[in-house]
Design a protein around this ligand. Structure first.
Ligand code: NAD
Ligand code: TYD
Length: 335
């Protein structure tokens, strides 16, 4: 039985990944979830598994070497999701991005080295490449991150690689495109727009709304990580994508149509500084190994929109207090 240390497991993708592991491996897996419970961490994402005897939650910081080292002692696999993850917040206040995304990854890599971990998965992002007008980035392309978020992720990505080269640590780096699905904090495009639309609030579209992202359903991302743990080669980078490139305005229209809400809710606001125009990754490398996404964009988007519609209890209380302060600050620059 494998023992996983999942960091950031109370966040969006981390909590989906933990649920995925229990769904797939049942009693034949052990999971320790280390999460600092920042504004983005939410133990309600894990209600269904919290009582399991093979699951343990630890409230703590990945920058805390004593905590990380103690937890890593009997772990086989580390999957590092823990990060500050929102580009807009990184523009306003980059400090915690540098601390968690870079220094935290360093602490984990050191603990992995000291405790002879079997596999270290660094969850990187397609944003480390920067923007591309035409074509798609390959794993070997140069990294040109544009925001403090993506730059700190690029730092951790390359640091993880250096631990493979220098210390033979069995590291795999994944660079996935934009995820969507249940339990995504309602500051990111899709959950923000769905929950705003449900409340008849404006949907703030940055710039001309023609920026392109490649959308992947979160369980496809989880499945790809599990696949890479089994089949990926140490020291390698793997792009992961959904193959669903859409302009933000198309996502906005889809949400409004699905919820039968009027297009007058669309509000074009001032653009995000340094806003990447288009993300696109070539995914031949992981596909050649035998993995491809399974969920259709149409069905998974419909399911996701319905999930937020049916689970108001989950998101409504998140859109208060500090969230509203951030929201007002971020969107006060309406054109
Ligand atoms: P999220 O913001 O929803 O969750 C991040 C989690 O990390 C939270 O639970 C938070 O409490 C925890 N955390 C933050 N700082 C911590 C610290 N110092 N110590 C321990 N825990 C800490 O993020 P997400 O969208 O689930 O993203 C997870 C990972 O996947 C990130 O590394 C992100 O860069 C990467 N990624 C995200 C996407 C996406 O579309 N969301 C795409 C590609 C890669
Ligand atoms: P986001 O979900 O923040 O992901 P990322 O910037 O990491 O790709 O944003 C996705 C796209 O949606 C991006 O082009 C910015 C845009 N966007 C808006 O137009 N309005 C918003 O309120 C938000 C949060 C994002």
């Amino acid at each position: 039985m494998k023992h996983y240390l999942v960091t950031g497991g109370a966040g969006f993708i981390g909590s989906n990944f933990i649920q995925y592991l229990f769904e797939k491996y049942g009693d034949d897996v052990r999971v320790t979830n280390l999460d600092k419970l920042t504004y983005a961490g939410n133990l309600e994402n894990l209600k269904e598994i919290e009582a399991k005897s093979n699951y343990k939650f630890v409230a703590g910081d990945i920058c805390d070497a004593a905590v990380v080292d103690a937890l890593t002692a009997d772990v086989d696999i580390i999957v590092n999701f823990a990060a500050e993850s929102h580009v807009d917040r990184s523009i306003g206040k980059p400090d915690d991005f540098i601390k968690t995304d870079i220094y935290g990854a360093f602490v984990l890599l050191e603990a992995a080295r000291n405790n002879k971990i079997e596999k270290f998965i660094q969850i990187s992002t397609d944003e480390v490449y920067g923007s591309i007008d035409k074509g798609s980035f390959k794993e070997t392309d140069v990294l040109e991150p544009s925001s403090p978020y993506s730059a700190s992720k690029a730092g951790a990505d390359r640091l993880a690689f250096s631990y493979f080269k220098t210390y033979d640590l069995p590291v795999i780096i994944s660079r996935c495109s934009n995820n969507y699905g249940p339990y995504q904090y309602p500051e990111k495009l899709i959950p923000l727009f769905v929950t705003n639309a449900l409340d008849d609030l404006e949907l703030p579209i940055y710039g001309d709304g023609k920026n392109v992202r490649d959308w992947i359903y979160v369980l496809d991302h989880c499945d790809a990580i599990d696949f890479l743990i089994e089949r990926g080669a140490d020291g390698q980078v793997y792009n992961i994508g959904g193959g669903n490139e859409c302009m933000n305005i198309e996502i906005t229209d889809l949400i409004l149509e699905t919820l039968k809400k009027p297009s007058v809710l669309k509000a074009f606001v001032k653009d995000r500084p340094g806003h990447d125009r288009r993300y696109s990754v070539e995914t031949k490398k992981i596909q050649t190994l035998g993995w491809s996404p399974k969920y259709s964009f149409e069905d998974a988007m419909k399911f996701t929109i319905e999930w937020y519609q049916d689970n108001r209890w989950w998101w409504q209380k998140l859109k208060t207090g500090e969230y509203l302060q951030f929201y007002k600050q971020n969107y006060q620059k309406a054109l």
